[in-house]
Design a protein around this ligand. Structure first.
Ligand code: UDP
Length: 346
């Protein structure tokens, strides 16, 4: 039996993707340093996936920092000995706060880029050449109309985005060094929000979040008095920033189809946007959240946030054409499921 290694598998998108993998019958090994997530999610994933007790060995977890090349190597060897060779990797493990990345660039370059290099070295040494990489729409930076195709020039404006685009570059070079060997998908996420519809798993970052959706949840649950809206004079429909919010389950599904595509086709490297193609402003997001959950989100306008762009929306036609993937869930479902996840924890 082959194993899919999932780095960062206890995090937000990682945990939802692990659930999909289990439901699809894969054997998975999750590694995570747990610096920003908890191992507790494992039991929930197992329960949700309804795998029978005797199949418990389909999911394995090891606490491991991807920069620890030695440990990574031992993990690959151990799985081979168990007759569960790691043949593909879904690589989520990374630090992801844009503001923190500009404050502590070395930490970001080290974890994200050095960590990925160490993972790639170990994959190479252990004959594993299929990789799905968590990239980000942040790599596009400023663009003319905020509507982003995979061919839009890459010019990230923050350290986080730069680490992601550098990794894409490394993966490109690696692929071209042996084009008959590697199967690589760079999945460029737009703004994943929401939670599993059961409300059992969701986004659970340590400390104070920077992203809008977990902050709306905090306002809704009265942990914060009001939401600060960064700017109201952008050149957008209502002056507030426009983003392409996408349900985390649709993003996870994107990994399933990418893995299937890579394994069934010739070695290649692909870059694919995972977004809905629909833009939602901050004010629209708040109003939809209020409506579907029947509550109020107080807000105040404040100064623009440094480095924010007015609009960032995916052209997702490549994902539709190449991977036959299209997002199914509405922004209303994102708001409902995200709040359900919080309510379950009261
Ligand atoms: N935003 C905001 N207040 C916050 C956090 C975010 O008004 O406290 C806005 C931000 O300016 C942007 C949108 O919400 O227009 C999405 O921001 P987020 O940080 O979630 O994602 P990103 O900017 O990385 O796309």
């Amino acid at each position: 039996m082959n194993t899919v290694l999932v780095t960062g598998g206890t995090g937000f998108i990682g945990s939802h993707t692990c659930l999909c993998l289990l439901e699809m019958g894969f054997y998975i090994l999750i590694i995570d340093s747990n610096v920003n997530s908890s191992k507790k999610v494992l039991n929930k994933i197992k329960k949700l996936s309804k795998i029978p007790k005797e199949d418990d060995n389909r999911v394995d977890f090891l606490k491991c920092d991807i920069r620890n090349e030695d440990l990574l190597n031992r993990i690959f060897k151990k799985k081979l000995e168990e007759n569960k060779k790691i043949t593909s990797v879904i690589h989520f493990a990374a630090l992801k706060s844009v503001s923190e990345s500009d404050q502590f660039p070395l930490k970001y370059w080290d974890t994200n880029v050095s960590g990925t290099i160490s993972l790639l070295k170990v994959m190479t040494a252990n004959d594993c050449h299929t990789l799905i990489f968590s990239s980000s729409a942040t790599i596009y930076g400023y663009s003319k109309d905020g509507f982003l195709k995979e061919s839009t020039p890459i010019s990230p404006i923050n350290t986080y985005g730069k680490t992601k685009s550098t990794i894409e570059q490394i993966l490109n070079e690696l692929f071209h060094s042996q084009p008959n060997l590697w199967r690589i998908a760079n999945l460029r996420y737009f703004n994943p929000i929401g939670a599993h519809p059961s409300g059992f798993i969701g986004e659970d970052p340590f400390g104070m979040p920077n992203n809008i959706f977990p902050l709306i949840i905090k306002v809704a649950s009265r942990e914060i008095d009001y939401l600060k809206i960064f700017g109201n004079d952008y050149d957008t429909k209502d002056g507030t920033g426009v983003r392409d919010y996408i349900h985390v389950m649709d993003v996870s599904e994107g990994h399933m189809v990418a893995l299937d595509f890579l394994t069934k086709n010739e070695p290649q490297i692909i870059q694919v946007n995972l977004g809905t193609g629909k833009g939602t402003s901050v004010l629209e997001l708040i109003s939809i959240f209020e409506k579907v959950n029947n509550l109020k989100i107080p807000y105040k306008f404040v100064e623009k946030r440094k480095g924010d762009v007015a609009k960032c929306v995916a052209d997702n036609s490549l994902a539709q054409k190449l991977l036959k993937w299209s997002p199914k869930k509405t922004i209303e479902e994102m708001c409902q499921d995200g709040w359900k996840w919080k309510e379950k924890r009261f």
